[in-house]
Design a protein around this ligand. Sequence first.
Ligand code: C2E
Ligand code: CA
Ligand code: CA
Length: 754
Amino acid sequence: MNITENDQSKENRIYSEEEVTKVEKKIMDDMKYQIKRSEAITNIVRLLESEQSFEEIAGVILETIGEFLGVSNVSLCKWSVDYAQIMCIMEYVPDGGETVFDKMAVLATPEFVRETKGYIRYERRDSKHPDDRLEELGVQALLTAPITINGRQSMYVCVADTNSRSWKKQTIHFIFDVCKILQSILNRRISKNSIISSYTALKEILDNVGSGLYVIDKRTKKILFANNTMKTIVNDDMEGKFCSQFSLCGLKHNCVNCDILDEPCVYFETYDSRYQSWFDIKFNDITWVDGSTVSLCNVFNITEKKKIEKRIEFQANNDFLTGLYNRMRCESDMDNIITESIEKNLSGYVMFLDLDNFKNINDGLGHQYGDMLLKMISLGLQQIRGIENCCYRMGGDEFVIIVEPSQSSRLKAILKDITSLFNRPWDLNGTEYYCTMSMGVVSYPEEGCDVNDLVKKADIAMYDAKKGGKNRIEFYNNKEDSSSIKRLDLEKNMRSAIVTGGDEFEVYIQPIVDSETEECIGGEALLRWNSANLGFITPAEFIPLAEHLGHIVFIGEFFLKRVCTINKEWSDLGIDKKVHINLSIVQLVQNNIVEVITNIITETGVKPENIVLEVTESLAINDMNNMRKVIKEIKALGVEIALDDFGTGYSSLNYIKQMDFDIIKVDKIIVDDIVSDDYAQTFVKLITELSETLNVKVCVEGVEKRDQLETLKTMKVSMIQGYLYGKPVPYIEFEKNFLGIDRWDKTNFKRGIM
Ligand code: C2E
Ligand code: CA
Ligand code: CA
């Protein structure tokens, strides 16, 4: 192929035989070289199409070079990523040879490479570039040629020989040719690899992102790409409505971010009923592989997030038990409604509803039944026309109802519906139970514009309803404001009266006489509160509040002990008289009531047969079985039980039959008209007749006049209690007037009890 200039100039000369032989040999050698070179190059070119790895290919090339040139070392070196250093990435050494290039740090000298543009030709003879390090490595000749990738010198084919040699032009050409081939293999591989590998990597990344992604051609509306998440979201229906509906964001959505209405939304949340899911959608214009502008849509399923948000919002605004709105929501709703009513010059009502004796149901039946009842009541309230969405549970058994101005003309009907809701029994576990409520009503904005103020006023009215005997509705009126202050005062002082040990509570006793002999057979102990701050307070005033606040348990126990102690002192003096003690229903439903009574009897040493515990019939005692059991256990202690206030409210003969009472106390309300009222007379007669068959004694209370007594005497009443014989007085006075005991007479109380 390549004929040297020397060869051509000698063409026309006549050669001697020797010369001819020499020429012939040279030609032969050249031809051999050319053949070998062709073979080597063909070998290398064939690698262009090889599927082998680059390392394998490079290995073959280096070996081919090494064998063809017969050199001691051939290597492939490359710049480090930061172009600061050159490293040997592979080296061919013939059998028995030694590597040199990995030690050849000289090549890492940037100046060296830059100065020579990557081509280095070094021969031992030629000492222009003397380099001590090459010397040390024993390299006699060195030739390097650059490989350019992406327009940058990145690699070098380096040929070295430990034998001294000069680099022929042909050799240098050969190396450069090989470098070109390597270069094209590399470039081809790199571009192919980078696209494939970058596409694969990108697809993998996109498939693994949590959000759905798709690319849509803005013009043709064709979907150009969609990741797996997106396909899953739309159940592989990429051509379906879901993707096309947002095409190019042409729709105007309820956008979260953009306030320019004319512009198409690029970021919005949307609900898709087909997938029953919420999505967060975001569009971006991007440049596609072909250079066109396309729309990249990012779809994120935010259903879970929405659910959590909803739950948080629900929890913040709703009562978890009943599902009604809670206090917080009540306050914000009321605030808005009041503001609007002021603006529009309209008015409405706020109602505060509190269940009567709910505590008893909870304590008596168990919390699960209390909860059940609260749920049923809530449901019932929500079904009342006009207040469907305005019922709130404030906590415990307290509810607030807002009557909006639009409904205020229906107030009467609403109140009627609420009342009838509580007039029917509730089915708790197959048994019917009654539960009444007390309610206070206040109007807005007339009586207040402030949420707290209005709720407080409705509460005050509600409390008045309680005081008025429960199971009723009271309207707030301004005059009562002072009563709220008094109530707060009562609460505060009651607490401190309890904390200081109960000294402010005093025992009063009212005599009870035998109807025939008119002799005092004992008395009813009545509680009085002589408050250091508030003065004398009647039980009617503070007992409902003590029950409401739960203080009655302490006060009742304290009082019971105190009265038992007094009675024991009478016994010690040889006077055995019965003393009646009132037990609040709240006390009666305490789990440990039997234990409490037992302990007091033991501690005080009182004779149980001298004790009569008065209990009232209450609608709240729904769990008759349990009540019967408790009463039976109390009676087993030797104590008697009286049914108090018979004739008021809901007294039922059935109740007397079911409970094993010893005494029935007929209420003053019956006695008031006993002289003239036929009904009252029939009532008492009926009771006394029934009591005979049931072996129960009847005590009539509130007898003030003689003629009342005379009427009663015809009716087999056993006992009489009333002002006719005596008002409740401090027990010392009672002892003096009715028992002949004088505590000031030391002979009576040698142990100095007083
Ligand atoms: P109660 O158990 O029905 O007690 C009888 C009440 O009627 C007493 O009122 C008594 O003073 C009054 N009374 C008796 N005879 C007459 C009469 O002839 N005319 C008039 N006008 N009234 C008469 P008091 O002492 O004010 O007690 C009111 C209520 O307070 C009691 O009604 C009872 O339910 C409750 N209470 C009093 N002490 C206690 C107590 O220690 N524990 C509990 N849980 N409740 C008590
Ligand atoms: Ca009583
Ligand atoms: Ca009574």
